[in-house]
Design a protein around this ligand. Structure first.
Ligand SMILES: Cc1cc2nc3c(=O)[nH]c(=O)nc-3n(C[C@H](O)[C@H](O)[C@H](O)COP(=O)(O)OP(=O)(O)OC[C@H]3O[C@@H](n4cnc5c(N)ncnc54)[C@H](O)[C@@H]3O)c2cc1C
Length: 615
């Protein structure tokens, strides 16, 4: 089949090495060896599986969505067989803990593989991603008995999982959740209705282990009264016997995208109550669920990155073949020769590589958080990963929508017809900013919890690193060492007004823009920290812009690192392409940050100029 997904291995390798270095993961015992010995065959095999097996099924899933029959959900033709091969080839168990029979591979390498699954077939990719997230939650919060009963089945991919949070009245605001759990001996009985549950039922595995948020009798109102329960579709008993539990998918949503992924309405406890087991402490359900949700947020970022890459591939192929317009000699030209089409392709490519660097860096930082030998190192890495996660989820998913939209534009009318794959990729990408907490919820988390709460200590350290990377850009003029003054976290602030003019070197603007943006972000953050106690609406009015700004800035940071690295170690083609992306990003993408700064600096303007009644 033409136009199958193909992983961009040179750029993936570049971003992997860069992330291992930036995060400090390279110094972990055995990490470097794994990266040099194992990464290559894994990436090549994953790329082959994504291209040969998952990619051809992607349009099939769009045209023949999953559907509900009397005895459960049936996935599109080919999905059951693809999942069997996926599992047997060890892809589900790749990142699963070794103690459960998994391969325990680093988060970094599995991140690169996760990107490939998302790029080849997002609907399919979501199912195993849920399993890895659930295993993480089980490992941290599950009892020995639950781990003993479920973990090895999940790690092998024999059973799958689903995350059951949302209810009709409880979307972003889970405090209004109504599903209830009543004690029943050593377990619980659950009753309620959940909506939009991805892979809530299907025919890929014999059993599905649901992670359900519910409220126990006499629980406090609001978020503090929520607990997490494990509710299997079939309850396992001694001798491997499985008994059907009282939880069922009663219908599926018909959706604009990810049509192969069954989005289920689940009825829980319609008869005598679904048997469930408590995970973690009573009333600490949201905290426990966050272990899984943080994994899924990184997963959304990686899958979105894969979709951005896929859009680029489809658009580039189309632009090379489609003839429109003539050259000076009168010959027809492929549209890729038109400057504006190359503008769109370079926007797509540079945003995608920036997002790749950022998402992989978050993944490698998690490896440090889990495996560094010293507790303080682990804790610092976890704080950095916590800061990066909402940016990866929200910024990368917004990037994917933008990149896919440009992909449609490059296809012209052909991109707008239903059976064009770029149209599917665009529709599929649109879910990224909505689920796993909308992108506004990510922004609120970033600004409120990860920045203002610690007075920007973790952010301040990140900004210092960005400045160092900017200073090291190869060949960039080095004469504009910033004047410094003190601001948040005692960090050095660049006084950008004293910078010397940019030289002709195309990387000089990136250097100046990064230093400038770091200084401006520090100053704006200092103002936000000072003003937010008196202005309760400030976070709500500025969080989106703050996240976008930080996304653009950290994306530029990643391209600065990529350029330095590629110049030193990549083939000349990759080095040149990376420098092109960096220069383009500095000229056309990073300046978008200024528009976000305007709102962050005048935080209350958006809500004071337009009341709800005016809209
Ligand atoms: C295809 C699909 C798959 C899904 N899979 C799952 C799943 O597997 N498990 C699961 O539990 N759920 C799942 N969901 C649900 C998903 O997580 C929710 O749709 C999402 O959290 C948003 O909730 P909502 O749809 O109720 O939107 P709302 O909460 O009604 O939000 C609507 C808009 O209002 C904004 N908004 C809401 N509150 C605020 C606020 N306080 N301040 C500012 N703005 C606000 C939002 O950002 C958004 O733009 C899925 C949804 C879809 C569509």
């Amino acid at each position: 089949m033409a136009n199958r997904y193909q992983a961009p291995l040179a750029l993936v390798r570049l971003a992997l090495n860069q992330a291992a270095e930036t995060s400090g993961a390279r110094t972990l015992a055995g990490y470097d060896e794994t990266l040099s010995d194992l990464a290559e065959p894994i990436l090549e095999n994953a790329s082959r599986f994504a291209g040969d097996v998952l990619s051809p099924l992607n349009p099939v899933g769009d045209q023949t969505p999953s559907h509900c029959e009397s005895n459960g959900v049936v996935t599109p033709p080919g999905f059951v067989e693809a999942y069997r091969r996926f599992r047997e080839d060890g892809w589900v168990s790749l990142a699963a803990p070794e103690e459960y029979g998994g391969q325990g591979l680093s988060t970094l390498i599995s991140a690169a593989v996760t990107e490939m699954w998302g790029g080849a077939n997002l609907s399919f990719a979501m199912c195993p991603e849920l399993t890895v997230g659930a295993l993480g939650a089980l490992k941290v919060h599950g009892t020995a008995q639950l781990i003993d009963t479920y973990a090895s089945y999940l790690a092998s991919g024999e059973w799958a999982t689903a995350m059951c949070l949302t209810e009709p009245q409880a979307g972003s605001d889970l405090s209004t959740l109504r599903t209830r759990a009543e004690p029943d001996g050593d377990s619980w009985r659950l009753f309620g209705r959940k909506i939009y549950i991805s892979w809530g039922d299907h025919d890929l595995t014999e059993n599905i282990v649901h992670f359900v948020l519910a409220r126990t009798p006499d629980a406090p109102a609001g978020l503090k009264g929520i607990s997490l329960f494990l509710v299997p579709k079939k309850v396992p008993a001694a001798g491997g016997v499985l008994t059907k539990n009282d939880i069922d998918a009663v219908s599926l949503e018909h959706k604009m995208g990810i049509r192969a992924s069954p989005t289920c309405v689940m009825v829980i406890g319609e008869r005598d109550g679904a048997r469930g087991w408590l995970i973690g402490r009573l009333h600490d359900g949201l905290g426990c669920m966050f272990t899984m949700m943080n994994h899924m947020r990184l997963g959304v970022g990686l899958h979105s990155l894969g979709l951005a890459e896929r859009s680029l591939q489809l658009a580039r192929d189309h632009a090379r073949e489609r003839l429109q317009g003539r050259d000076a000699a009168g010959a027809q030209r492929p549209i890729i020769e038109h400057a504006d089409v190359r503008r769109m392709l370079l926007t797509m490519k540079s945003l995608t590589q920036a997002a790749r660097g950022l998402a992989y860096t978050a993944a490698a930082t998690l490896d440090v958080a889990h495996s560094a030998p010293v507790e303080t190192q682990r804790a610092a890495a976890m704080r950095r990963a916590d800061l990066l996660t909402p940016i990866v989820k929200a910024w990368c998913s917004d990037v994917a929508v933008e990149v896919a939209s440009l992909g449609v534009q490059i296809h012209g009318g052909m991109g707008f017809v239903d059976d064009a794959e770029i149209s599917q990729v665009y529709r599929d990408a649109r879910i990224g900013p909505i689920f796993e907490g909308t992108n506004y919820i990510q922004a609120q988390d970033l600004l409120g919890r990860k920045v203002i709460r610690d007075k920007a200590a973790v952010l301040g350290e990140l900004l210092v690193e960005i400045e160092k990377a900017a200073q090291k850009l190869p060949g960039a003029a080095n004469t504009d060492a910033p004047n410094t003054s003190t601001s948040i976290a005692g960090a050095a602030v660049a006084d950008t007004h004293t910078q010397s003019p940019a030289t002709a070197n195309p990387l000089t603007p990136l250097r100046s823009a990064l230093l400038d943006s770091c200084a401006r972000l520090r100053a704006a953050t200092t103002e936000l920290i000072a003003n937010s106690p008196q202005q309760p609406d400030l976070i709500g009015a500025t969080a989106y812009h703050f996240l976008q700004w930080l996304g653009l800035l950290t994306g530029g940071w990643q391209l600065a690192l990529a350029t330095s690295r590629a110049a030193a170690e990549s083939d000349p083609g990759t080095a040149r392409a990376t420098a092109d992306m960096a220069a383009f990003y500095a000229a056309h993408i990073l300046p978008r940050a200024l528009a976000h700064e305007v709102t962050v600096r005048n935080g209350t303007a958006p809500i004071t100029t337009a009341s709800a009644a005016d809209l």
